[in-house]
Design a protein around this ligand. Structure first.
Ligand SMILES: Nc1ncnc2c1ncn2[C@@H]1O[C@H](COP(=O)(O)OP(=O)(O)OP(=O)(O)O)[C@@H](O)[C@H]1O
Length: 498
């Protein structure tokens, strides 16, 4: 192990007396990938943001290459070689992929944007993507990319930034195996080029693969730092959470009933081609596929967000045409979207409003809303999904990513739809809270709902679903009962690209 390139010494930060980073001392050694683990809201992102100027510390010291630093802005940290990849991928929606990748180059080396050479920029990006095996067109607009593609793009931005210290905050949370392999090879290159990497993740399966040491945070405190090869998964989980072990995938033994949703020969240009499948009452139907396979587009078509060029949707035996999400909702369908920051949350509003906003009719009491009932139901979900801090007037913007996700789920769990389409519902959620979410999904099923669970995590699909569909190149390439599905079969089909 080399010498420390970044040292935190007794760093503290008080967040409005609600949360406290408690005297954290941590070192990042030259050449290491240092994994940070901890349940949702344990302080991982807050600590990293304190390093890179997004938050100022109250006390303690941070040394970069042996010199004390106190970055006041994110920009100052970047100038000094510290790059933070935010878990919500902060990209420019209206710019192209190449412009996003080389945005720093544009902003710093070209005095007037209008003189920049687009052809050269695209060619550089094309070469880079070819080298990294990334199959995204440099000219596409970021707005049209799926979440996993955006994650890959953010990682490439870190790569081209030339930064010496890189902080990845849940960089692979929506990526499937193949994209993760691309990301890991990019990480291997960075390991050689950068001086040190902090790596936050809830995907326990990747930690051994990527990390050298691991530090666990719990409620703003550092619990321990260990070499990864010296510690096993269950010890790590035990350090993160206080509760005893729970079953990872709690499955119900309910036999699905008759078909309630039929999708027939659905086409949505330019990706989806001839997609047909059915969903049965009280069934959990898993859909997986690689980046760009059409998973999210399919969910958007079913929910009336994206246009359908051909084919039909039949709900409860009746043909439907959804031009707007409201039509889909009236027919009992709900979509919990993949990109919560963009399509799900109301960041400036409080927890109570964010959780009850879609279900106000349920709380109607004459001319008023029954506020005690709203509070009671919200409190039940706060407890059940362990939302933290969980006060009704907490503003959502200040919540950790995983807790924001839980609030979003609360909103739709309360809604009591017939058919739930959940696009990556456990993204950014810690191992224990995932089980809470699976239990809440089971609860919906036992009350008669059906669920389409779209996920990039094959283990999750195999653990929770009755049946698995694999999308590749915009088509369904397999439809398997869970008993016949395995990780290998799914991967084989996912890479077959019909
Ligand atoms: N600007 C802020 N104002 C008030 N509280 C904040 C602010 N930023 C973070 N917090 C609080 O600090 C705590 C830790 O949040 P943080 O985002 O670091 O969690 P995390 O460990 O990264 O969780 P996750 O895995 O869910 O992303 C949370 O309780 C959060 O509400």
């Amino acid at each position: 192990m080399g010498h420390p390139v970044l040292s935190l010494k007794n760093v503290t930060k008080n967040f409005a007396n609600e949360f406290f980073l408690d005297h954290i001392s941590l070192e990042l050694f030259e050449g290491e990938v240092h994994v940070l683990l901890g349940e949702n809201g344990s302080g991982k992102s807050a600590l990293m943001k304190t390093i890179c100027g997004l938050y100022s510390r109250d006390s303690g010291d941070i040394e970069l290459f042996g010199k004390s630093v106190n970055f006041e802005t994110f920009h100052e940290a970047r100038k000094n070689g510290v790059f933070y990849q935010h878990q919500d991928n902060q990209l420019f929606e209206n710019l192209s992929v190449a412009e996003n990748v080389y945005f720093d180059r544009l902003a710093t080396t070209v005095p007037l944007l209008r003189f920049f050479n687009r052809t050269r920029l695209d060619a550089d990006c094309y070469r880079l993507f070819k080298e990294l095996r990334i199959d995204i067109s440099p000219r596409s607009c970021v707005r049209d990319l799926g979440y996993a593609q955006r994650q890959l793009l953010s990682a490439v931005k870190a790569y081209v930034s030339g930064a010496q210290i890189i902080i990845f905050d849940e960089p692979t949370s929506a990526m499937s195996e193949i994209e993760r392999d691309i990301f890991f090879s990019l990480l291997d290159r960075l390991r050689v080029r950068a001086k040190g990497i902090f790596y936050i993740s809830h995907r326990m399966d990747e930690i051994k693969k990527v990390g050298d040491r691991v530090s666990v945070l719990h409620k703003g405190r550092l619990v321990s730092t260990n070499f990864i090869h010296e510690i096993d998964r269950s010890t790590l989980v035990g350090m993160m959470i206080e509760e005893p072990h729970q079953e990872r995938y709690p499955r119900l033994r309910i036999k699905p009933g008759k078909s309630i949703l039929e999708v027939r020969h659905l086409v949505s240009k330019p990706i989806l081609r001839d997609v047909s499948f059915s969903l049965r009452k009280q069934e959990i139907l898993g859909i997986t596929g690689l980046m760009g396979s059409g998973r999210t587009l399919l969910s958007n078509c079913l929910f009336g967000v994206a246009e359908i060029s051909d084919g039909e949707i039949v709900v409860d035996g009746k043909k439907k045409r959804f031009d707007h999400p409201l039509n889909a909702m009236q027919s009992g369908l709900i979509l919990i979207p993949e990109n919560r920051a963009q399509n799900g949350m109301f960041p400036p509003l409080d927890l109570l409003t964010n959780s009850t906003i879609a279900t106000l009719s349920r709380f109607k009491d004459g001319m008023h809303l029954n506020e005690p009932y709203m509070r009671q139901l919200a409190a039940e979900y706060v407890k059940r999904l362990r939302i933290s801090p969980g006060q009704h007037d907490d503003i959502l913007r200040f919540y950790s990513g995983g807790n924001q996700q839980k609030v979003l789920l609360t909103r739709w769990f309360m809604y009591r739809a017939k058919i739930y389409i959940m696009d990556e519902p456990t993204r950014g959620v810690d191992a224990a809270a995932k089980v809470d979410i699976y239990n809440a999904i089971n609860d919906l099923i036992s009350k008669g709902a059906s669920v389409i669970l779209i996920s990039s995590e094959i283990e999750e699909i195999l653990g929770m679903c009755d049946r698995v569909l694999v999308l590749a190149g915009g088509r369904i390439v397999c439809d398997l009962p869970r008993s016949e599905a395995s990780k290998e079969t799914i991967l084989d089909y996912a890479t077959s690209d019909a």
